[in-house]
Design a protein around this ligand. Structure first.
Ligand code: 13P
Length: 278
């Protein structure tokens, strides 16, 4: 069944856990996410980052499949647009039936970010969908660490949340998207402060490469949504490489897809177990 962002994060809050938010880029990826969540009997956020992954599959196509399979799922699934940076894309996702959107105005001035996030919320409200927005900026893909990005200022975050009325805040506290070049050093106190001052769940981006212990520390301080994708894609790639090495004769694409799905499902199940924080 499809569930809105606020409702799924309320579940996380009541259990002091984080909801896994996995990016889908293919049918296999969508199925891996839903199967993993069902096998772990845990709600999940199924998300698509059109800005990054629209080149692999259009939002129009994958979005419809995401909603259809989420509706049929045996666990609550929030269907979310990740890093929405324009209103056409946001409207399209909402029209398709997404129950949540992220407006990412992190590259804009504070004032523009607030104004655009308010407009994104007006749009989402028309569909009773949730809104995540970002303040501060995560380092670029593969950045050395987060010095490239601006850490989220807790006092500013308070004003941002008050003015926009968002359901969840993506905050910058030391994570980066993609593969880490050096061990991530997270600012746990900052998470605590942001959570305390804003009163809304904190979203971690760049989950791949964070240690189990650090995940738990973040969850205990108010992280309720963890975005995670790169490791699932990388491990699936490793599994396919191994499969190709072990295969003599024809290597069929349908077998590759099944291998990818199985590998991604296992990675997602392992992540969900950690995010349960038991
Ligand atoms: P990783 O791909 O680094 O796990 O991060 C995913 C993410 O933050 C999507 O918004």
């Amino acid at each position: 069944m499809v569930i809105a962002l606020k409702n799924i994060l309320d579940i996380a809050e009541s259990k002091n856990m984080a909801i896994a938010a996995f990016n889908a880029t293919s049918l296999e990826g969508i199925m891996a996410v839903i199967e993993a969540a069902q096998e772990e009997d845990t709600p999940v956020i199924l998300q698509f980052a059109n800005a990054a992954h629209g080149k692999y599959v259009p939002l129009d196509t994958i979005g419809r499949v995401m909603v259809m399979l989420a509706e049929e799922a045996k666990v609550p699934v929030c269907v979310h647009l990740d890093h929405g940076d324009n209103f056409d894309e946001i409207k399209k996702a909402l029209d398709i039936g997404f129950s949540s959107i992220m407006y990412d105005g992190s590259a804009l001035s504070f004032k523009e970010n607030v104004a655009n996030t308010i407009y994104a919320k007006v749009l989402a409200d028309q569909y009773a969908a949730g809104v995540e927005a970002e303040l501060g900026a995560m380092g670029a893909e593969g950045a050395e660490d987060n010095i490239m990005g601006a850490y989220t200022d807790p006092e500013l975050a308070k004003i941002f949340v008050e003015e926009t009325g968002i359901d969840a805040l993506a905050a910058s506290f030391g994570t980066v998207h993609g593969i880490y070049k050096s061990e991530p050093k997270l600012d746990f106190e900052r998470i605590e402060k942001i959570r305390e001052l804003t009163g809304v769940p904190v979203v971690m981006h760049g989950g791949s490469g964070i240690s189990d212990g650090d995940f738990r520390k973040c969850i205990d301080r108010g992280v309720r949504k963890i975005n995670f994708y790169t490791y699932a894609a990388k491990f699936a790639g490793d599994a396919i490489r191994q499969m190709a090495a072990d295969t003599s004769g024809n290597l069929y694409s349908h077998d590759i897809f099944v291998q990818a799905r199985q590998s991604m499902k296992q990675t997602y199940k392992d992540a969900i177990k950690i995010f349960k924080n038991r």
